[in-house]
Structure formats: structure tokens, C-alpha cells
Write a protein that binds this ligand. Structure first.
Ligand code: AMP
Ligand code: TRP
Length: 355
């Protein structure tokens, strides 16, 4: 337990269409958090250029993620919705974190290895440093909790490592400047400037899998469009994709244990549970013993009911870019106030001249 005031931050890259994994693993889970904690939801446009520098329509993609946040029910008056590049503190702090983090830490990141592929020498330096910018996104607001899908776990561990190393390396300066906050680390309490952020990963859809292969993550980069449900798909397309989703020949089990070794069944039950806001066990209590020929139509109906209003509202919002831009501008100003205060402290701690 730390003494830091709780604050939520999460981010999504404006690259490609949002899919059901992004929605159930991330966006939908943001909505109830805004009622409990001060929250910031960011569109990470600086991260978007790490894998591919020249993007067809970065501004349009940024608006479409912002539209998804709004359509899902995030209230821009309470939560702060903004795009990363508006707030200079992210890149300033990322530079300092580039000097805190070790190259070895970055080389171990599985997302880097996946995205860089075989020709690692030819990946951008930004792709290698990506997690350090992500740590800055979080820590420039001294966010204590970060809701994400399971694939981001390793990046959040790295964020914690960066916070711990910064707090340790500068502990005397932090105390000298009177900027320390007590942080409970196991048995002992230490003073630090950055919180040791907790990931919020969970629920039945922390890792939504491909509809074509239950062992692979649903992803924007899968060449098969049948593998994912996009938030831009109409209800007929969604129905077709669910009907064609890979399954096995057996009936659904009545207990969670019965999903072991049945990745496709597990995935569809998880999707059902997340859309219905129920647990997998509750879904199995109702559908255990039934065939996919019965379960799939129920899932089609549920998906249309749960996603229809969100996708419809997204389309309506995207048609009015002026409104989205105003939300992002206002959010950027509010985010900047917090980030600037952090950067003044950080520069004092590191020993940079100001004023
Ligand atoms: P990205 O599109 O990579 O910026 O991811 C945005 C958010 O969606 C992050 O919190 C991811 O962890 C989450 N996410 C991406 N893919 C999936 C998936 N297949 N299942 C659950 N969450 C996911
Ligand atoms: N790396 C995250 C992803 O690919 C996106 C991201 C960037 C993020 N900065 C963040 C998520 C800060 C949470 C908090 O999904």
C-alpha cells in the first residue's frame, strides 16, 4: 500500500481498427473506474509511429479511439480524454527514463521481439524505447493503477522497475527536496517520488483470442479479418464472424474446469461473460450441456445488443470531428497541468536548472 492518492491512467494506440479484445480487455473496463478514481484516458499517438513512421491518417485514427472512449461511456467532464503528443511532459519524462532503464530490460520485452521480427537491427529506436515512453505516460501523472489487457503485463512490470530504480538512485535528493512519499515495499516503508503502479488486469476477457485459432490473441495485425470482431463491423458481419468461429464438436461443460484444453470454447464463453457482465461460471451454469449450435445464436444476439449502441454512437461521433477535437484540446490542457507539476519536481530532483 502506498500513500499516493489513487489515480487511473490507460492508453490505446491509434493504429488500425479497435477490436473486441481492445473493447472487452480495456475500454469497457475503463468506464466504471471513472466513477471511483480521478482518471486519464490517453490516445497514444507517439507510440503509433514506433512500428511504422508514416501513417495514412493518424489524426483520423486518433479521433476514432477518442470516439470509442466517449461511445463506451467515458465522461470527458470527469475523466480526462486526450492525445499523448499534446502533453510535452510525456516525451520529456521518457527521455529521463531512457537514462534510467537499461538496454537489457528493453531487449527482453516480448512485444518488442514480436514487432521487430527477425530483423531487429532494422527496427526503429523508438520501438525499442517504447516501454520507457509508456512508463512516462503513467508516471508523469503518478498514476497508481493501470487497467489493461493481459498482454501489457510485462510493460507494467518494467514501469515498476523504472519507478523503483528512479526512487532508489535519487533517494537522497528526493528526501532533500522534501518530495518523498511513503511507499510500502514488503515489510519496510521507503520514501519515493514515483508510485509503484499496480496493473488492473482481469475479468473474463483479459485475453480475447482469435475467432479462428483459440491459441492466438485477437489482434489488429492478424491478416484474417474473420479472426476478429471490429468495432466498425455492422451486426450482420458480426453475426457471420461468430457463426464461422472455430469450435470443437463437444457440448459446453457445466464447470470451468471443463474448458481446460478447449481454447475456442473457453474464448467464446469468456466473450459471452464479458458482454453479459457475468462470470464464466454463471454462463456455464446456463449453457452447460448445450451445443455450439445453440450457444452461438445466443452470442450473436448478445453481441448485437451489447455492441450495437456503442458502434452506432462511435459512427455518430466520428461524423462530428469538431466535437472530438474540442474534447481532446480540453483534456490536453487539464493533463498538462498535472504533467507540468511533475516535471518541475523531476527536474529539481535530477538537478536541472529551471526558472
Ligand atoms: P493496443 O491496441 O495494442 O494499443 O491495445 C489497447 C488495449 O487493449 C491494451 O490495454 C491491451 O492490453 C488491450 N488488448 C489488446 N488486445 C487484446 C486482446 N486480444 N484481449 C484483451 N485485451 C486486449
Ligand atoms: N502499450 C499499450 C498497448 O499496446 C498502449 C499504451 C501506451 C498504454 N501507453 C500506455 C497502456 C499507458 C496503458 C498505460 O496496448
Amino acid at each position: 500500500m502506498s500513500e499516493f492518492a489513487p489515480r487511473i491512467l490507460s492508453g490505446i494506440q491509434p493504429t488500425g481498427n479497435l477490436h473486441l479484445g481492445n473493447y472487452l480487455g480495456a475500454v469497457k473496463r475503463f468506464v466504471p473506474l471513472q466513477d471511483e478514481y480521478p482518471s486519464l484516458f490517453c490516445v497514444v499517438d507517439l507510440h503509433a509511429i514506433t512500428a511504422q513512421l508514416v501513417q495514412d491518417d493518424l489524426a483520423g485514427q486518433t479521433r476514432s479511439i477518442a470516439a470509442a472512449y466517449l461511445a463506451a461511456g467515458i465522461d470527458p467532464k470527469r475523466a480526462i480524454i486526450f492525445n499523448q503528443s499534446r502533453v510535452a511532459g510525456h516525451t520529456e519524462l521518457a527521455w529521463i527514463f531512457n537514462c534510467v532503464a537499461r538496454i537489457g530490460w528493453m531487449n527482453r520485452m516480448t512485444q518488442f521481439k514480436d514487432k521487430a521480427g527477425k530483423d531487429r537491427e532494422n527496427a526503429s529506436l523508438g520501438l525499442l524505447a517504447y516501454p520507457s515512453l509508456m512508463a512516462a505516460d503513467i508516471l508523469v501523472y503518478r498514476a497508481t493503477h493501470v487497467p489493461v489487457g493481459e498482454d501489457q503485463k510485462q510493460h507494467l512490470e518494467l514501469t515498476r522497475d523504472i519507478a523503483i530504480k528512479f526512487n532508489n538512485d535519487f533517494s537522497a535528493r528526493i528526501a532533500g527536496a522534501g518530495l518523498g512519499t511513503p511507499i510500502r515495499m514488503g515489510e519496510e516503508t521507503v520514501q519515493g517520488y514515483f508510485p509503484i503502479t499496480e496493473p488492473l488486469i482481469g475479468g473474463p476477457a483479459a485475453r480475447v483470442m482469435s475467432l479462428r485459432d483459440g491459441t492466438r490473441k485477437m489482434s489488429k495485425s492478424d491478416p484474417s479479418d474473420l479472426s476478429r470482431i471490429n468495432l466498425t463491423d455492422d451486426s450482420e458481419t458480426i453475426a457471420k464472424k461468430i457463426r464461422k468461429a472455430k469450435t470443437d464438436p463437444d457440448a459446453l461443460p457445466s464447470e470451468i474446469d471443463g474448458l481446460t484444453g478447449r481454447p475456442e470454447a473457453d474464448n467464446l464463453v469468456g466473450i459471452f461473460a464479458a458482454l453479459a457482465e457475468r462470470s464464466k461460471q454463471e454462463v456455464l451454469a446456463e449453457y452447460g450441456g448445450r451445443q455450439f449450435s445453440e450457444f452461438k445464436p445466443a452470442l450473436v444476439e448478445l453481441a448485437a445488443e451489447a455492441l450495437g449502441p456503442v458502434t452506432g454512437e462511435m459512427r455518430r461521433l466520428i461524423a462530428d470531428p469538431g466535437h472530438i477535437d474540442a474534447v481532446l484540446r480540453d483534456g490536453g490542457e487539464r493533463a498538462n497541468e498535472i504533467a507540468e507539476a511533475t516535471m518541475r519536481d523531476v527536474k529539481t530532483i535530477v538537478g536541472m536548472l529551471q526558472g
